[in-house]
Design a protein around this ligand. Structure first.
Ligand SMILES: NC(=O)c1ccc[n+]([C@@H]2O[C@H](COP(=O)([O-])OP(=O)(O)OC[C@H]3O[C@@H](n4cnc5c(N)ncnc54)[C@H](OP(=O)(O)O)[C@@H]3O)[C@@H](O)[C@H]2O)c1
Length: 245
């Protein structure tokens, strides 16, 4: 039985993907801060789901994550789906701190623990580290400065591990999932986000990209075109574009 561990599985994309993998017969280890939604997934799939309450901003997160891998019976794939994000044109201290602690410090802690797990566990089949970053990491977005730059950090960290794993002969594949807007609790209710996707539309595309071991996958193809165009815009023009959603 194949095994996936999903960090950030109590709502939104992580929750949906956890349910899909459990339904498909995988052993699924799930984690987040809120216990009730994790327990609810386990109640539906009592025989192939294990869970652990983990706050990735806490120092004990890597140890708890390694325990969860053990309870799950191993880990063929890590999916890091935990994250916070805010529209924050005022650059509020608490939002900056929360975003950086979760999306940068917490992310790096868990991804590094997964990498070291694979490095210390010789495998016949490659392991996989997948993370949901965002199209927001493509360019600096003024109204979401901390979120946008935290996503760029995540993308660079994954690029770096891709190189390191080759240098160190660690049998692991790296997958960077970059979605555009998806209707989940992360987004503000009622805002008219451009090219907004439903979870029903996005989750199967994300799952396919993971199972195909894509190195980078932009979700969906419309967003691939948009981000391709963003990259072509010179900074002196980009800074004049008032992105406001
Ligand atoms: N929705 C979008 O439009 C969109 C677009 C691009 C990228 N993404 C990215 O996709 C990922 C998933 O987001 P989502 O849209 O599914 O949002 P969501 O429904 O808010 O889910 C976020 C998940 O992260 C967990 N989490 C947050 N802080 C945590 C912490 N300190 N420790 C452990 N878990 C934590 C939450 O669980 P608890 O609160 O229970 O801890 C929850 O399970 C995020 O990285 C987000 O940046 C989303």
């Amino acid at each position: 039985m194949r095994k996936i561990v999903i960090v950030g599985a109590s709502s939104g994309l992580g929750q949906r993907i956890a349910m899909d993998f459990a339904r498909a017969g995988w052993r699924v280890g799930i984690a987040a801060r809120r216990e009730a939604p994790l327990q609810a997934i386990k109640d539906v799939y009592p025989h192939n789901v294990a869970y652990s309450v983990i706050d990735v901003t806490k120092e004990d997160a890597p140890a708890k994550f390694l325990d969860l891998i053990e309870t799950t019976g191993g880990m063929d794939i890590l999916l890091f789906a935990a994250g916070v994000g805010f529209l924050d044109p005022e650059l509020e201290d608490s939002r900056l701190d929360n975003t950086l602690q979760t999306n940068v410090v917490g992310f790096a802690r868990i991804i590094a623990a997964a990498y070291k797990y694979y490095r210390g566990t010789p495998r016949f089949n490659p392991g996989q580290i997948a993370a949901i970053t965002s199209v927001a990491g493509t360019r600096g977005i003024g109204v979401s400065a901390a979120y946008s730059s935290s996503k760029r950090f995540q993308q660079m960290f994954l690029d770096s591990l891709d190189q390191l794993s080759r240098q160190q002969h660690v049998n692991v594949r790296i997958t960077d999932i970059r979605p555009g807007f998806i209707r989940t609790p992360l987004l503000k209710e009622g805002k008219p986000y451009p090219l907004l996707m439903s979870v029903d539309h996005a989750a199967p595309l994300i799952e396919r990209a993971i199972l195909r071991r894509k190195r980078v996958a932009v979700i969906d193809s419309r967003w691939a075109v948009v981000t391709g165009l963003w990259k072509l815009v010179p900074q002196c023009v980009w800074k004049r574009i008032a992105i406001n959603f």
